[in-house]
Ligand binder design. Sequence first.
Ligand SMILES: Nc1ncnc2c1ncn2[C@@H]1O[C@H](COP(=O)(O)OP(=O)(O)OP(=O)(O)O)[C@@H](O)[C@H]1O
Length: 384
Amino acid sequence: MKAQSLGSVRKSFAPWADPAAKPFIRFEGLTKVFDGTAAIDDLNADIFHREFFALLGASGSGKSTLLRLLAGFEVPTRGRIVLDGEDMTGIPPYRRPVNMMFQSYALFPHMSVAKNIAFGLKQDGMAKSEREDRVADALKLVKLENYGRRKPHQLSGGQQQRVALARSLVKRPKVLLLDEPLGALDKKLREETQFELTDLQYELGMTFIMVTHDQEEAMTMADRIAVMGDGKILQVGTPPEIYEAPRSRFVADFIGTVNIFDGTLVARDGDRLTIETADGHPIEVDGNEERGGALQIGAKTAYAVRPEKLRISASPLDGPNVMSGEVWEIAYIGDMTSFHLKLDSERIVRVSMLNSSRESAVQMTWGERAWVSFEPNAGLVLSA
Ligand SMILES: Nc1ncnc2c1ncn2[C@@H]1O[C@H](COP(=O)(O)OP(=O)(O)OP(=O)(O)O)[C@@H](O)[C@H]1O
């Protein structure tokens, strides 16, 4: 119920779409070179107040380095970070309005939960009574009111995660940095915690920046996702933008599953384009700005279409973009079934169907002949 009401409020949260909105955090030409190699490479991006922003990318793409630069644990080689109107250059970590929660939680095993949470406040010289109030508030926030006296080893993994969260929130930073915050939890707990964390972020009205290599997690939790590769941000967008309108082959391939047909533009008839794939399949495309409108005949290109945009049938299909082959894999995943079809050219085409609408696909068996098709407007034309 709560998620629904938050969902409708969140829909109207889109400061990035407002040209007058001022960014809360700005990365300007940010570069970090380690041993002659740029871990962050001339990176520019804006993050807004109250945004839940995810940095998503493969291992080594520079996600943690970007968080560490923001926290002040690393010094940029070039460029700068502006946070809430203040240039962070030369500002040490402890003076930044930023806190980081690590995947390892880094709790002190010999200290009680309450002492772990209070640790930073004590170091800052805060009076005991104020510290106690703050710790009580933080424990309440993460729903661990009665756990203050326990030691970390007396808690489950999920509870330890919440203690780490309480400890990173207790100083009331403006920005919370989360490095793979749910990485140590099992799948079910992870899914529950995802919603707890987004609800908490929303209630606190804080800016969260989360590093993850799990695209489902990024899609579930973030207002916007930055897909990173080789120290650069390749695309920033809302989850639907990143999934539905990837601007490059890399992003299309990295987010979810996609069929990519490499080929050449061989014909154009008004808005209708024909791409011939390298293995000889003609693909009819409704051309527009996203779908190859500007391409010249003879241009190398790639057509990307998601598995759920394909139909699969045990009998021949009519219309454009029909391919046939052998059913190579069938994976029943509960809500949906995923098929791999092996074409005569050896190419594997991936199809997924909701089980509520499986129609004839339910009859399909391994090794059988099957047909797939997709509409001319089902996918995107990407540069090869
Ligand atoms: N202190 C360092 N000294 C030298 N090289 C470093 C240092 N920190 C990071 N790098 C290099 O910078 C690149 C980016 O690393 P980073 O840890 O930011 O990537 P990541 O996307 O967070 O990866 P992962 O998901 O594995 O944590 C890597 O090639 C890494 O080896």
